[in-house]
Write a protein that binds this ligand. Structure first.
Ligand code: ATP
Length: 319
């Protein structure tokens, strides 16, 4: 559905996108994740024919983005960061006009608008003026506008930026439903780690205009970071003895605490606690620390995607 080779965009001396090779298969949901200025939007704008590459090539839905712009545009939907339907129009009318602009007949445009209004949960507000809609409702209307001509491929540039958590969750659910229903290929950009983690089966991490990692969230986390198990003991002497019992796990001891770097920690922990109990020095507390995509980014770049440093998902386990 998408194939790029050495895709590059320079703005004067800024290398916004620096040689991206990317293949996206039909039906994939891919998240481009990276910090501000990484080159995500510029990549999307080249793939959607809005700006030409400085060098390299890109084929989208079977057509070259420079030589066959029109063919590409007919087959894709693009929802940019600052979209927003006209203020004084009613949502339904905006949708129908957009459908007409893409060459649908009046009847088809009406029917398609009605389907999208329904599936994006806009039934109650579609006949109100757009200016009266909430941020989340407007974003859903934007998405309906991008889907009116039933594109095979949908590009979403930071779909949930600026929405509150409730509306974000809502929007994410709608996007996943649409995809399940129509098998639309979706490429979205985000700097919300949890969004990339929960929505996409494939995350492409971009930094300084280059792809620095490309895999499923689970594999990225397992390959680059892994889990940690932290065990606390009542006394240092017990921790020292536990180090011997658990030698196979190569624990690192600091006072009365042991840290074990591992994969699949939640499955390993019960057996490990049993071993300690059987050896006569049970752990007093145990903690599993699972990596986030931010830990992956931190590992790959030495910087956090999140201001204020990496956050960890901790699962406390009673022992
Ligand atoms: N029209 C332009 N003229 C000059 N520089 C630009 C232009 N558009 C983007 N850039 C620069 O290119 C780099 C990549 O920007 P881009 O918007 O693609 O990043 P991004 O990853 O989408 O960031 P954000 O998450 O903030 O949207 C940045 O350094 C940006 O300042």
């Amino acid at each position: 559905m998408i194939e790029t080779q050495g895709l590059t965009k320079h703005f004067k001396d800024v290398r916004a996108v620096d040689g991206i090779d990317l293949t996206v298969a039909p039906g994939e949901l891919v998240a481009l994740l990276g910090p501000n200025g990484a080159g995500k939007s510029t990549t999307l704008r080249m793939l959607t024919t809005l700006i030409p590459p400085t060098s390299g090539t890109a084929r989208v839905a079977g057509f070259d983005v420079v030589r066959h712009q029109r063919q590409v545009r007919l087959r894709i939907g693009y929802i940019g960061q600052g979209n927003g339907a006209g203020h004084s129009q009613r949502g339904r009318d905006e949708l129908i006009s957009q459908g007409r602009a893409y060459g649908l007949g009046v009847k088809d445009a009406r029917a398609r608008a009605a389907t999208l209004i329904d599936s994006l949960g806009l039934a109650e507000v579609a006949d109100r003026r757009v200016s009266s809609l909430s941020g989340g409702q407007r974003r859903r209307l934007d998405i309906a506008m991008g889907l009116i001509h039933a594109p095979d491929l949908l590009f979403l540039d930071e779909p949930s930026t600026g929405l509150d958590p409730q509306n974000r969750a809502n929007l994410q659910e709608h996007i996943l439903d649409l995809r399940a229903e129509h098998e639309t290929t979706i490429v979205l950009t985000t700097h919300y780690l949890d969004e990339a983690d929960s929505m996409a089966e494939r995350v492409i991490v971009i930094d300084h205009g280059r792809i620095i990692a490309d895999d499923s969230p689970a594999r990225l986390k397992a390959e680059h970071v892994g889990d940690r198990i932290i065990l606390g003991f009542d006394a240092e002497t017990e921790a020292a003895r536990a180090t011997t019992t658990l030698a196979a796990y190569d624990p690192a001891r600091e006072g009365a605490r042991l840290t074990i770097a591992t994969q699949g920690a939640p499955r390993q922990l019960p057996g490990l606690l049993d071993d300690l109990r059987a050896a006569g020095h049970p752990a007093a507390e145990a903690e599993v620390i699972r990596p986030t995509l931010d830990d992956v980014f931190l590992k790959l770049t030495g910087r956090s995607l999140r201001e204020g440093g990496a956050a960890e998902t901790r699962e406390l386990v009673e022992v």
